[in-house]
Every structure is written in C-alpha cells, then in structure tokens.
Design a protein. Structure first.
Length: 254
C-alpha cells in the first residue's frame, strides 16, 4: 500500500494538494485548519477510494483499511498510537505514514485579517532523524510484527500566526497554524531493523558514541540518546563497549 514516486504519482499528489487547499481555504481560511489539509491529502494519496477510508476497526477507526492492510497517517504525537497499533496488528498489517518537510517555505499571517505579511524559504530540512525522535514515543511497545513505516518527504508551505509576545510577534507564543503540502519528493519505507540504519548520518563509523552521532547529525545530545535507544530496541544497533566514559555502539546489520 505504498504509492510509487514516479512522475504520474507526483502529478496526482500535486493535484490533490491544490484541490484540498482550495476547498479548505474557501471553507475555513488559513489559521483554523490545524493539520487537516496535510492529513487529508496523504489519506487520499494512499487510498483514492473513500469507501476504504475512516473504517471502524475494533475500538478504533483506521484511517485506511483494505482487507487485512491498514494505513495510519500520523503527522505528530506517535504516543497516541500506543493503544491503537497493538489492537490493529492482531488482525492486520499496519503501515504508519509520517510526513517530513524536505523543503519548507514559511509564511507569517496576521491573525485578525488572514493577510500573509512575509514569506521565506526555511534553511532547515527535516530528515529521518526527525522521524526517529517521534518513533521514540513508541519504544515501550516496539518491536511489533507486521508494522512498517513510510517517511514521506514533501515540499511544504508552513503558515505561522503573528501572535507571539516578542516585538516582531514571531516568538514567545507564536503558533503554527497549518502545514500545506505542495509537492512529493520521496517515500522511504522502513520495516526491517537494517532499514532504520538509514537514519544514521553519513560518515558515522561502524562503532560510534552518542556524542559522535549528535555531532554529525547536528542534533542535541538528548536527541541522539533517544535515537540510539530506539535503534537498540529495534535490534538495529547494540552496545559493544566504551570509548573513554562514553558507551560505544555498533550496527547489528549492514
């Protein structure tokens, strides 16, 4: 249930984005949508037939269900899946779809009028590290047989409200109103332990410390520790000794 990322699929994705944005803007306007546009576009991309979307399954509702295959689109807060996934997996395979911003443009919106005051391209690019930090929230129930993930890299427009308490109103309480997908860049499927090693940055040795991971990935030591804990849980890496006062880890699979 993973769509191909060929030119036809990319064109279909862009068409879904344009349609969803037009409908939501006409109905609600930027600033009131939360994550609904992003979530809706991904659901339609993975399942064009509405009859297989929002299907009651046990105590929960699956975003998509066809036969014994379920797809859940999760734009944030993986901890909300802790109860749902084990129940779904008793009778179906489950794929969790998680979007990241490979390219992002940020627009600042005046809340009272909805006017876009400024727009710029963000220098930050999301990566598999961002996915792994979300996946850490599922660590208490991992690994799970029949569970896989699609990390969908997108070009996005991110809208933020000028509602902060700083002089420029962009900090101290400024809220993100919406993320609008505009283009499909790639889909990375992660299922087997070796797949998750793709989250490790290039140049990292076969044996490494948490600090070395943090330095190469340009993330905090805390974030590196969470990624390492998750990879250990998944069976992708293992502790193999120490280097100075730091634990040393190595890849379990290549």
């Amino acid at each position: 249930m993973t769509p191909e990322t060929d030119s036809v699929s990319a064109a279909r994705f862009e068409s879904l984005c344009r349609t969803a944005l037009t409908l939501d803007r006409d109905r609600n306007g930027i600033g009131t949508l939360g994550e609904r546009t992003l979530h809706a576009v991904l659901k339609q991309f993975y399942e064009p037939d509405a009859a297989f979307r929002e299907v009651k399954t046990g105590r929960f509702v699956a975003d998509i269900r066809r036969g014994q295959s379920i797809v859940e689109v999760q734009t944030r807060a993986f901890r909300n899946l802790r109860e749902k996934l084990p129940e779904f997996l008793t009778e179906s395979s489950v794929k969790v779809v998680f979007p990241i911003a490979g390219i992002k443009y940020i627009s600042w919106v005046e809340p009272s009028t909805g006017e876009i005051v400024s727009r710029r391209r963000s220098p930050k690019r999301d990566s598999l590290c961002d996915f792994m930090l979300e996946l850490y929230e599922l660590r208490p129930i991992l690994p799970l047989e029949g569970l896989s993930f699609d990390v969908v890299s997108l070009e996005m427009e991110e809208y933020k409200l000028l509602s902060g308490r700083s002089r420029d109103r962009k900090r101290f309480g400024a809220a993100r109103a919406e993320r609008i997908p505009t283009r499909l860049l790639s889909i990375t499927t992660l299922e087997e332990p070796e797949d998750f090693l793709a989250s490790l940055p290039a140049g990292l040795g076969e044996e490494f410390t948490s600090a070395e991971l943090a330095s190469l990935a340009k993330i905090s030591n805390n974030a590196a520790g969470k990624i390492i804990s998750t990879l250990v849980t998944l069976g992708a890496i293992e502790k193999c000794g120490s280097r100075g006062r730091a634990y040393l880890y190595k890849r379990m699979v290549k």
